[in-house]
Design a binder for this molecule. Structure first.
Ligand code: HEM
Length: 518
């Protein structure tokens, strides 16, 4: 067969002689059922889609590399972590990134007001590391058990299938920890102009572990060298009137023309304990770590320089999760992080299949792509992970007959944990404090946009939801409450009768504000 032979075949390798006509009795039919080529073609087409992601369904993948500085800020990276990808200046690690929107379906608008996913898969020499983040530094909730609720409130109504302001604000108004996130999301930061012009954040609190097994708490930040740009509601309406996939298009075209986007990766560090001196908890993902107290320290740069070859194989089937860490990086007890870590691989075993890690986009490329496990079988098993020289009969460990063996033990990070089993919120909730800080530091036009957009949404809600939302706005800032009140025709007088929510534990500062509201 010539090298340039492009003869169409079935997946069984049979050359296809007629791809235009089914096999029929005479030219007018009826059709026959033994027509293998026709059946294979149609039945494969019937199965072309896999379930879309339950969140972050619309997204776009690109490839690139991460170049380490060898430092964490001014200090050698090894002071804080033994993760190999950070150790040496100039060390390059290949990566895949998937940007996404959260709430809309697979064909929805990329100019919607929505957080954006910022998920990076580093193919390190020690196996994969997934840093699954968003473009906003914080989140709506701080306990994973509330995730299905917050997402249900934001997704379309199960009856009308419309995204309903009243459902969203009903949930949020009963969830005071969401006020900080809402203040970000309804500002222009809630609609990034493109994927290239947005920041990325790990959001949850992780740990780094050094060679001695010592740990620090860490938060991750990606800062775009292209700058940050956002759209107003009006600009976004124009963009999505023309093009639903505006952000994917922008990224794909930039990479095609060689205009490679770059982000610097920074970390914030904190000693690994509960920091009673702070009036918020370092494990609370509704809080930022102020940069004047916890400075940003640069660790490297990411460059995106390659596009996907096939959207389905590389975008729909890529699977990332917070459980995927390498030696030198670790989890904290952040209750969102722990819940997320279960959820991602659970959904991927359902969405892509139990052997999703055998697919090229998910399989590790480090250690020259070597994966040696004793896992066998399962739907769509494609290969057997045996090591060279491994006895193929020995798919268990330990064995004295040439089986796989464990890696060398590293000093282990083994925190002492004690406490009563309980169901309770964190002690230092302070849900209004940082929303207030954010409101204060916005530019005038950003604040105007926040008031108009959130006010318009509140105007579509029922009176009891409006009242509770407005009460929270006043708890954040007088000006915030007054201006939103003007949009919906209410004042502080209209919400004075409300008491804190039954589950709310107000801090001293918050009790003072409550007294101030009268
Ligand atoms: C995707 C669960 C919070 C960022 C997903 C998926 C699930 C999920 C089930 C779909 C994964 C897939 O089908 O491959 C959760 C749960 C959360 C949570 C249970 C809270 C407990 C967060 C937070 C962030 C985040 C706080 C931001 C830091 C992402 C991103 C994706 C994603 C970026 C898309 C990954 C991709 O592009 O493939 N999440 N999530 N999630 N989540 Fe979360």
């Amino acid at each position: 067969m010539a090298d340039d032979d492009r003869t169409l075949t079935t997946r069984q390798g049979h050359p296809v002689q007629d791809n235009q006509n089914q096999r029929t009795v005479g030219s007018r039919g009826p059709a026959t059922l033994e027509n293998y080529h026709f059946l294979e073609k149609i039945s494969h087409f019937d199965r072309e889609r896999i379930p879309e992601r339950v969140v972050h369904a619309r997204g776009f993948v690109a490839y690139g590399e991460f170049e380490a500085t060898g430092q964490i800020g001014d200090e050698p990276a090894s002071t804080y972590t033994r993760a190999k990808l950070f150790q040496t200046a100039g060390k390059k690690t290949p990566l895949a990134i998937r940007f996404s929107t959260v709430i809309g379906g697979r064909d929805s608008s990329e100019a919607a007001r929505d957080p954006r996913g910022f998920a990076v898969k580093f193919y390190t020499e020690d196996g994969n590391w997934d840093l699954v983040g968003n473009n906003l530094a914080i989140f709506f909730i701080r306990d994973a058990i509330k995730f299905p609720d917050v997402i249900h409130s934001l997704k379309p109504d199960p009856v009308t299938f419309r995204q309903e302001p009243n459902r969203i604000l009903d949930f949020m108004s009963q969830t005071p920890e969401s006020m900080h996130m809402l203040t970000h999301l309804f500002s222009p930061r809630g609609i990034p102009a493109t994927y290239r012009h947005m920041e990325g954040f790990g959001v949850n609190t992780y740990k780094m572990v050094n060679a001695a097994g010592e740990t620090v708490l860490v938060k991750y930040h990606w800062i775009p060298r292209q700058g940050v740009a956002s759209l107003t509601e009006e600009e976004a309406a124009k963009v999505q009137g023309q093009e639903l996939g505006s952000a994917s298009k922008d990224l794909y075209e930039a990479i095609e023309r060689g205009d490679y986007p770059q982000w610097d990766l920074y970390v914030q560090l904190m000693e690994d304990h509960d920091h009673p001196e702070l009036d918020w908890d370092p494990l609370d993902d509704t809080k930022i770590w102020p940069e004047d107290q916890f400075p940003l320290r640069r660790v490297g740069t990411m460059t995106l320089n390659e596009n996907v070859k096939d959207f389905h194989n590389e975008n729909e089937q890529i699977a990332m999760g917070t459980g995927v860490l390498v030696d030198g990086l670790d989890f904290s007890d952040d209750k969102m992080l722990v819940g997320r870590t279960f959820s991602y691989s659970d959904t991927q075993r359902y969405r892509v299949g139990p052997n999703y890690l055998q697919l090229p986009v998910n399989s590790p490329k480090g250690r020259a792509g070597k994966v040696y496990t004793n896992q066998r079988g399962g739907e769509m098993s494609y290969g057997v992970d045996t090591a060279p020289g491994q006895n193929p009969h020995v798919n268990y460990e330990p064995s004295i007959h040439n089986g796989l063996h464990e890696a060398e033990k590293q000093p282990y990070h083994a925190p002492q944990i004690s406490g009563r089993l309980t169901r309770s919120d964190l002690d230092r909730t302070n849900d209004y404090l940082q929303a207030r800080g954010r409101y204060n530091t916005m530019n005038d036009w950003e604040r105007d946009e926040l008031i108009n957009v959130l006010g318009a949404m509140m105007a579509e809600s029922e009176r009891d939801v409006q009242e509770r939302m407005l009460w929270h706005m006043f708890m954040v800032h007088d000006d915030y409450g007054q201006r939103i009140g003007e949009v919906i025709g209410m004042t502080a007088e209209d919400v004075k009768h409300l008491k804190p929510l039954p589950r709310q534990q107000l801090s001293e500062a918050e009790l003072e504000r409550l007294a101030h509201l009268g």
